[in-house]
Design a protein around this ligand. Structure first.
Ligand code: HAM
Length: 414
């Protein structure tokens, strides 16, 4: 039998890879604009990095880590996320030493042994940032605005930012005590999973999709009522700043996040095109994580967007980030001669261009241009050559006009 890709992993072929690259490039230019530097950390880490940060009782650590003992019997794992890795690297390389705010970004594969389904892969890819060294609510706003800007630049529409605060560790301990008390005599009405969560990871009950559990959840006090004064002030300020930037968001008191390291602000960006796995990305503050991983207490915030989910949400929209490619459609040998020269000069100017080498009909060339995601098609036929002109078609705007051949390269380079 032929060997196939492992379930829950996927090959990205050139056509789709082009879209990945376009999204990554949009993100990269925003990272430069916002002053974030790139970090690349290993995919392989010590498993304890994640048990200590994401938490022993989290779903990721309990059920989803690709962990194994190496030949020296050390427990290693494929990283399930990169926040813990970035904080490890931050501490390991002494980036905490001069008390500066350190702003980092990363791209890369993450691994979780989840049950594969639509939107849920075992190897998926994050575009993420971590800003370590400040508790300013303005930094929360910067990070949220950066996530929103990246999604906007991909041409994606219709996503919603859900925002909440889960307070400090102390606020959360108080809240958990309150929840335990409230839920004690409702336990029988909860599903088996939630009864398990009650013992192991109480706040995960807020993620339960069971309708009976949902009804009970809505009778419970929310975390917002357990926030101390400082936490409340921080959250209020974050909202004021985001309001002043006109970034729309929805307050969601049931957003608690599945990773233990979060404190205070947390957010998730959801999209209706995605079905049950509707999060495009998520993030939040993790003010205790540097301390939990052996450093001083350095406040920080970040997010990660799921690249496959962004692409899945874009698909029904039929718009993709502009890969900027030009297709030269030619009719006849004279047009091919001229078209080939044009191709060469466009490429020399750094404009990605394609031509048909298979003698396809005009209709088939247009289909190919579409399949390649070309933004512009230059059509060269006998008539056009006689007039020393070409038809320039804008594939996105669905408009076309005649451009003189001498102006074409300039026109496309704009
Ligand atoms: P997360 O919510 O676990 O957060 O993952 C972030 C995003 O990755 C999700 O919203 C989703 O788009 C995507 N994702 C997660 N699991 C899968 C999967 N199995 N298949 C496909 N896509 C998936 C984190 O990982 C945090 N490290 C985010 C963060 C950074 N917080 C602070 N800094």
């Amino acid at each position: 039998m032929n060997i196939k890709a492992i379930r829950g992993t996927k090959d990205v072929l050139p056509q789709e890879a082009k879209i990945w690259r376009a999204i990554e490039e949009k993100a990269r230019s925003l990272f430069a604009l916002y002053g974030y530097g790139e970090i690349r950390t290993p995919i392989l880490e010590e498993a304890s990095l994640f048990t200590r940060s994401i938490g022993q009782s989290s779903d990721i650590v309990r059920k989803e880590m690709y962990a194994f003992a190496d030949r020296k019997k050390r427990m290693l794992c494929l990283r399930p996320e990169a926040t813990a890795s970035v904080v490890r690297a931050f501490l390991e390389h002494g980036l905490d030493k001069d008390n500066q705010l350190v702003k980092l970004y990363y791209f890369g594969p993450m691994f979780r042994a989840e049950r594969p389904q639509a939107g849920r892969l075992r190897q998926f890819h994050h575009i993420g940032v971590e800003a370590i060294g400040s508790s300013s609510p303005y930094l929360d706003a910067e990070v949220i605005s950066l996530a929103v800007e990246i999604l906007g630049k991909t041409t994606l529409k219709g996503f919603t930012v859900h925002l909440n605060s889960i307070g400090s560790q102390q606020d959360r301990s108080n809240y958990k005590l309150l929840l335990k008390k409230e839920l004690k005599d409702k336990l029988k009405r909860l599903c088996a999973d939630c009864r398990q969560r009650y013992k192991l990871n109480l706040m995960r009950i807020f993620d339960c999709k069971n309708s009976a559990c949902k009804a009970i959840i809505h009778e419970l006090p929310t975390i917002n009522e357990s926030l101390g004064e400082e936490s409340k002030d921080h959250f209020k300020k974050v909202q004021e700043i985001i309001d002043s930037l006109d970034i729309p968001y929805t307050l969601n008191p049931y957003l608690v996040r599945g990773l233990d390291y979060y404190t205070h602000t947390c957010f998730e960006i959801v999209h209706p095109n995605l079905g049950a796995q509707n999060a495009l990305g998520a993030g939040g503050r993790y003010d205790d994580l540097t301390h939990d991983l052996g450093g001083g207490k350095i406040p920080a915030i970040g997010f990660a967007l799921g690249l496959e989910r962004i692409i899945a949400a874009l698909e029904p929209q039929k718009t993709m980030p502009d890969p900027g490619c030009v297709f030269i459609a030619v009719l006849g040998s004279e047009a091919m001669e001229l078209g080939f020269k044009l191709l060469h000069s466009l490429r020399r100017q750094g404009i990605s261009s394609e031509i048909d080498y298979q003698g396809k009909s005009l209709k088939a060339q247009m289909r190919l241009a579409d399949r390649l995601g070309s933004r512009y098609v230059v059509i060269l036929g006998e008539d056009e050559i006689k007039k020393q002109k070409a038809v320039l078609r804008d594939m996105r705007e669905k408009t076309q006009n005649e451009v003189s051949l001498s102006n074409l390269v300039k026109e496309l380079g704009r």
